[in-house]
Design a binder for this molecule. Sequence first.
Ligand code: GTP
Ligand code: SPV
Ligand code: MN
Length: 602
Amino acid sequence: MINPAPAISPPPGIGDEKPGNQAVLDWVHEVELLTQPENIFWCDGSERENDFLISESLKQKVLIKLNDEKVPRSYLHRSNPNDVARVEQFTFICTPTKAEAGPTNNWSEPTETYAKLHGLLKGAMRGRTMFVVPYIMGPADSPLTKIGFEITDSTYVVLSMRIMTRMGDIALKRLGRDPKAEWNRGVHSLLDVNPERRFICHFPQDNAIISVGSGYGGNVLLSKKCLALRIGSYLARKQGWLAEHMLILGVESPAGKKHYVAAAFPSACGKTNFAMLIPPKHFAGWKVTTVGDDIAWMQIREGRLWAVNPENGYFGVVPGTSCKSNPNAMKSISHDTLFTNVALTEDGNVWWEGKDGTPPPHAIDWRGNDWTPELNGKAAHPNSRFATPMRNNPVLDPHVEDGKGVPISAIIFGGRRSDTMPLVFQAFDWEHGTYIGSTMASETTAAATGAVGHVRRDPMAMLPFCGYNIGDYFRHWLEIGKRLSNPPLIFHVNWFRKSADGKFLWPGFGDNMRVLEWIIERCEGRGGAAESAIGYIPRAQDLDLDELSSISAEQIQELLSVNAHEWQAELAGHAEFFDSLGGVVPGELLGQREKLAKRLAG
Ligand code: GTP
Ligand code: SPV
Ligand code: MN
């Protein structure tokens, strides 16, 4: 077998500064005894360390340097072609009982799972360097902030964690010397990057994660889906807050009034794009700013929900990103960016489907093979990604480092639905909104392995990320609502409804501002709507559609319509989903389904 991560030998002064906390030292020693690495590299997050790791990764061909004039200080990584997305079928929640993991998670018994994984990890880092990455999730001064340590044998993981988290000394300072301090233990090894030995396992009761056999994104950047969502949601329920798969954006009107909204869309369904939205010309004076593009941690203060983004960077979908669809993302990734699985042009630039300009006559595709536009294959993998620091975002919100977070006026659920779901509608109240979130559905995307384009229920966009029983999660949402004297209003959007000839009805992207403005108006007690069976829906005259010539009045009607046949099927889908959960759904939500059925029956 070719060793995918040969050891590196740092010069003195790099990788040798141990933390002062004995509990961490003990744990690292245990993992060292198990995995038997050639050496241990203690990461401090410094520039010098980063430069060294980049130079070693270039030597080992883990990274390819891009043209420094076209994309300064940026690199391309190609993952193993068998390892290009999250693997939900190999993701496990290893709570003491199966009931705690609930009907939507793969469960495996913790003692047996530790034994199996320790078997796989035994000697796994022979001839390799074991990196210890200290990091925090959340602003330095937030009460929600969590400390994590990730042990990994991949330099790509270390370099990505430096972008995606606040990494290094900042975490050691926060940890201090207290042996009882709380921190997450993450162990990652590439092993031989074999899908048959690929497991992403969570032990929420131990605040621990073990991931083996992958080198890709959400499988291995243990801060992100594993800690911030799966373990995070488990802790959030115990501690009375919410850990959600949501973007957070700020929206300021020309009069200077600012609101924050959080939105849960499933993977590859538009969070990053919405979080960086540039309003169309017609909305001169409106401004959208980004707090986060993927994860929101929210707590109750003074009867409201306040949100922080635990991350430090964006791990975003590349294909489709252009100056037309998302200019702020294009600026963000124009320098200091780590690309994964995009195509490489002859002049050392990056290329992907949907980028501005004409395709290059020749490139190297994401697998490392020759590519020309005449070939039918994709140049970039559909789930190719960028990792870029949030500091690169020209519309980064000024409150992103604010430990108390930002107050949330609206929560938006949304999915990729070619039919049934109107462009936007508003829940009657929190309980109804929780029902809408709990029955959400979306077409599957390339962000996870498996079939793409089939509609599945994905409650609150958390199906792959809820670290405990989904019934208890729904109950937690209902409980949070009861504690809020000033709850956010809840909405559902669908940018992806299609006409009979299979084309998107709504232009999307910047024009989503038109929907966002209506949402803000509703939050301010203004904004017209018609009451329908499914919630409040704007009439065409309630939306600002000026200067939107690309779309006809009939299309608007279709976008805002509730089709009785489709909604009967939808209602049946809700029942089927709730039934499939085997009795864990709270009575309030079953009651909401009955009420919806009555309203639809008219
Ligand atoms: P994750 O990082 O996987 O959680 O994805 P995400 O929810 O951040 O999705 P992202 O914004 O990266 O968008 C995913 C895909 O949807 C991209 O190909 C976008 O171009 C496309 N997309 C985003 N917003 C819109 C929209 O308003 N309309 C249409 N038609 N496509 C959109
Ligand atoms: C998602 O799939 O929702 C992502 C990408 O944000 S990954 O980090 O791979 O999970
Ligand atoms: Mn995501």
